[in-house]
Each structure stands twice: as C-alpha cells, then as structure tokens.
Design a protein around this ligand. Structure first.
Ligand code: MG
Length: 160
C-alpha cells in the first residue's frame, strides 16, 4: 500500500508532466507556424512522451492502491523566439523536470517505499537521456548556424 504523501507527490508530478506536454505542444505549433515542420514534428512527439509519462505515473499509483488525479493545468507560453532559443528552453525545461523527479525520489525514500523508488529510477535514467538529447540539439543548431537550420529541421523530422 502506497503512503498518502507519496500519492500527493505523484499527483503533483502528473500535473507537471501534463503541463510539460502542453508546453511542447505549444512549441510544436509555434515552430510549425514558422515553417519548421521537422522541428514541429519532433516537439509533438516530445509532447506525446510527456503525456505518456503522466499515464505511467497514474498507472503506478493505481497499481499500488492510490488514487491518481488530474488537476488544473496552468497556461503555457506561446512564443519562444528563434529555433536556437526554442531548444535552449527545451534543455532548461528538462533540467527542471530532472529536479522534480529527484524530489519525487526523495519523497519515496522518506516514505521508505522501495518499490516506488525502484519505479522512479526509470524516470531518473530517462532524464539523463532527455538532457543529453536536448543539449545535443542546441549544440547542433549552434554549430550549423542560420544556413544549416533547414538541414537540422529535416533531421529532427525523422524522429521515430
Ligand atoms: Mg517527462
């Protein structure tokens, strides 16, 4: 049986994941509107991934006897600047998410909930990948400069 304080923290993370999903969807719309269809497609897949994270957290909560909830999702920004600025914001956001996940592990640890800690380590590992991927795209855009943007757009559009 899962402890109430951990259910509360998991529910807060569900809200955070849904907010992340909306953020990336807004970025996707923004980039599509600017004519960067590949980057828009990449960001839409990122949005779907965050939505899936919310579901994984909810499924875990249910499995352990807790009640997941969907709370109010705050508004997201709708203007993000240049492609470089967009992906710098993706990187910064993923670093923020990593800190939230770390805090969630701390709550599971304080609750002495080993099973939930084990489940959450998957998210900790996922964040290492997320930060690396976002940083990699920022580096790529910085190296390519203005002229290389359309090549990068094509490359990001190939995300599975
Ligand atoms: Mg996530």
């Amino acid at each position: 049986m899962i402890k109430e304080e951990l259910v509360k923290a998991l529910n807060e993370q569900i809200t955070a994941e849904l907010w992340s999903s909306n953020l990336y969807l807004a970025m996707s719309f923004y980039m599509a509107n600017k004519g960067f269809g590949g980057m828009a497609a990449w960001l839409k897949k990122q949005a779907a991934e965050e939505w899936e994270h919310a579901n994984m957290l909810a499924n875990w909560t249910i499995k352990r006897g807790g009640k997941p909830e969907v709370d109010k999702i705050d508004v997201v920004p709708n203007d993000f600047g240049t492609p470089l600025e967009v992906f710098k914001q993706v990187y910064e956001h993923e670093c923020r998410v990593s800190r939230l996940i770390d805090n969630l592990v701390d709550v599971a640890s304080a609750a002495k909930d080993k099973a939930s800690q084990d489940f959450l380590w998957g998210f900790v590992r996922e964040q290492v990948e997320e930060e690396e991927t976002a940083q990699g795209i920022v580096d790529m855009i910085e190296k390519a400069g203005e002229a290389g943007l359309y090549h990068i757009d094509e490359k990001l559009g190939q995300r599975k």
